[in-house]
Design a protein around this ligand. Structure first.
Ligand code: UGA
Length: 432
């Protein structure tokens, strides 16, 4: 099939590349000509394991192309995916849909035969209705169909999540488009992905409800972790003990810093904002947002306590600063609050992240990027394991540090407390 992806962010680029790998002809379109030229040279704008190989392979075999010419790309395609950003509006919790509507207006100028227009961007309920209205201003309805097909890719696991999804959700108000899309996804369905066919508004809500539920699960275990810290229980035992109940499930029960990233914080706020518009109180999700926001101050207090309230001149090493492993994304990472908090109080901070230094910390006092794990940790008083990169999971701290009073604060519970204690160091984790 001939596909066009509008927007080459995570969603558009990963989906476009993977669709081309499944044998479709795909044009990935973006306004940013630097990004497009780089992609043509095989330079990938995001850190995503496995993506580069697929871009190179499919660009070479000409199933994948990159362009800044949206009109041409739309004309050549049967199915057009809108994959543009839907960030939170400035000074508001609701999603800014200006890029989605702009894409719809552009598409409407180039429809020359029947096209399926798919909203893959995360959009609030009824956005598909608006997109349809925008296009209908220029094009007779029999020439197009607007469908919702949310994505459930995780950063860092996006290629795998595309190839092996738990489910493919198609929200279509017409059967013809649903059939075409089921066919498009048939290579994944035949490998075990469940196909969920519903109406457009329901598909839009499935996306937000999924992210809100996952954020709720994480927040729940983070609060239980707070209780574990007060009662001498290891939260990891609780996650295992409750997760084995199939009704609960074991995934997304890892206690840690506040959830971050480009999706959960923005999407939980957006669903609440949509519900407010429809005069419905999503009180559980509101509490989740508040609990997650309050979590940073809980973690700040804990670090202060670990250092016996003497932060000034303490040498603190951060291992990992991104919001999770396998991504270079810093959006809403809890390190963005914790590092400035400690820097303001006079700590001397070194950090290491496999994805390199971060401009977000450039202006802070005494915050330096170090190119190696050893260089980061060797002289420190406190090591904070902030992100669960594999690179950190087998570190022998004894090899790197001569400091007998070294403290390790493992915010991802990747080490066994006993192992660290046997090395002669003090260990603190989350909820243990
Ligand atoms: C999330 C969803 O998991 C995807 O299904 C969805 O497609 C995506 O948002 C999106 O809407 O685009 P992502 O934000 O990439 O994906 O990352 P997650 O792996 O979900 O992690 C989000 C945050 O939760 C991170 O800060 C992570 O550290 C935290 N987390 C996750 C925990 O603290 N504990 C867990 O058990 C799992």
């Amino acid at each position: 099939m001939k596909l066009c992806m509008i927007g080459t962010g995570y969603v558009g680029l990963v989906s476009g590349v993977c669709f081309s790998d499944l044998g479709n002809d795909v044009i990935c379109v973006d306004k940013d000509d630097v990004k497009i030229n780089n992609l043509k040279k095989g330079i990938i704008p995001i850190y995503e394991p496995g993506l580069e190989e697929l871009v190179l392979k499919n660009y070479k075999n000409k199933r994948l192309n990159f362009s800044t010419n949206l009109k041409e790309a739309v004309k050549k395609s049967d199915i057009i995916f809108i994959c543009v950003g839907t960030p939170s509006k400035k000074n508001s919790n609701s999603a800014d849909l200006s890029q989605v509507y702009m894409a719809a207006r552009e598409i409407s100028k180039s429809i020359n035969k029947f096209k399926i227009i798919i909203n893959k961007s995360t959009v609030p309920v009824t956005t598909g209705d608006h997109v349809e209205k925008i296009i209908a201003k220029k094009v007779t309805r029999k020439y197009f169909s607007v469908v919702s097909n949310p994505e459930f890719l995780r950063e860092g696991e996006a290629v795998r999540d595309f190839i092996y999804p738990d489910r493919v959700v198609i929200g279509s108000n017409d059967k013809k488009s649903e059939k075409i899309l089921k066919n498009l996804y048939s290579p994944l369905i035949s490998k075990g992905a469940k196909f969920v066919s519903t109406n457009r508004r329901a598909a839009e809500l499935i996306k937000y409800a999924s992210n809100a539920f996952l954020a709720t699960k994480i927040t729940f275990i983070n609060e239980i972790a707070n209780l574990c810290e007060k009662t001498g229980i290891d939260v990891e035992d609780i996650s295992i003990g409750i997760g084995l109940d199939k009704r609960i499930g074991s995934r997304f029960l890892r206690a840690g810093p506040a959830y971050g990233g480009s999706c959960f914080p923005k999407d939980t706020k957006a669903i609440v904002s949509t519900a407010d518009k429809f005069k419905t109180n999503l009180s559980v999700i509101k509490s989740v947002i508040k609990s997650n926001e309050d979590r940073s101050s809980i973690l700040h207090k804990r670090v202060s306590l670990i250092l016996k309230n003497k932060i000034k001149n303490k040498k603190i090493a951060f291992l990992g600063v991104t919001f999770k492993a396998n991504t270079d994304d810093m959006r809403d990472s809890s390190s963005l609050k914790l590092i400035p908090y400690l820097s303001k109080r006079g700590a001397k901070i070194k950090y290491y992240d496999p994805t390199g230094s971060k401009k977000e910390f450039n202006k802070l006092n005494n915050v330096k990027f170090s190119k190696s794990i050893q260089g980061t940790v060797e002289e420190s008083d406190l090591i904070i394991i902030h992100t669960e990169w594999n690179d950190f999971k087998s570190i022998n701290f004894r090899k790197y540090s001569k400091n007998k009073d070294l403290i390790i604060y493992d915010m991802r519970n990747i080490f066994s407390p006993n192992k660290i204690k046997k090395m002669g160091f003090k260990y603190f984790g989350i909820g243990r």
